[in-house]
Design a protein around this ligand. Structure first.
Ligand SMILES: Cc1cc2nc3c(=O)[nH]c(=O)nc-3n(C[C@H](O)[C@H](O)[C@H](O)COP(=O)(O)O)c2cc1C
Length: 177
């Protein structure tokens, strides 16, 4: 049995590795800059948590080091674009830091003005209701306003890599043989 470790001796890498066993989807959250309504903003995000079915509320966590941190905490609404399994290229495009993430990409906007990514699995427009501060992240709590479910299989994030459902099945089958 592995040795149980207490907080004082757990390294960042050990914590990161442990959390990488927690599979999530991958979303790209979009909005328009509050300073320049023609400037689209996006961030790759896998920290989404469903809070309440009754309230239809979710939260996500934004790193205070994000180049768009101020924009995210002041955005009245944003669009959560949950990537489909064939959209790994968008992960690379939007995970890079700084401006230029939309370069060469055509997109439409919702009525609220949030950029829509084509071909996603699900998109959810949300209105921010509360910001909870932590030392290096803010939790953005929001209410679901609209939902589009394209019923496409989602891209999965597990062990620090993105996977399609077919790839995951192959890994699982190989592991079982
Ligand atoms: C799979 C994945 C999930 C991520 N999830 C989050 C997240 O939930 N919150 C966050 O602030 N950053 C997250 N990031 C990191 C940002 O997407 C990344 O730092 C991005 O470069 C930030 O760019 P910006 O500084 O221009 O906002 C994630 C990155 C990846 C690859």
């Amino acid at each position: 049995m592995a040795l149980k470790k207490s907080r004082a001796v757990i390294t960042n890498e050990e914590f990161r590795l442990a959390m990488s066993s927690w599979a999530t989807g991958i979303s790209v959250i979009t909005c328009m800059s509050s300073e320049n309504p023609r400037q689209p903003i996006a961030i790759v995000c896998n920290s989404i948590v469903s809070i309440s079915l009754a309230e239809k509320s979710i939260l996500w966590s934004v790193d205070k080091s994000s180049s768009s941190y101020q924009q995210w905490i002041h955005a009245p609404t944003f669009l959560v674009n949950i990537l489909a399994e064939d959209q790994g290229d968008l992960l690379g495009r939007f995970a890079k830091k700084g401006p230029g993430k939309f370069e060469g990409l055509e997109y439409l906007c919702t009525e609220q003005g949030n950029p829509i990514l084509e071909g996603v699995s699900v998109s959810m427009e949300c209105a921010t209701t509360q910001i909870v501060d932590t030392p290096d992240h803010s939790l953005i709590i929001s209410r679901l306003e609209t939902l589009v479910n394209n019923n496409k299989a989602p891209l999965i994030y597990l062990h620090s890599s993105s996977w399609s459902s077919t790839q995951l099945k192959t890994v699982a089958d190989t592991g079982n043989s």
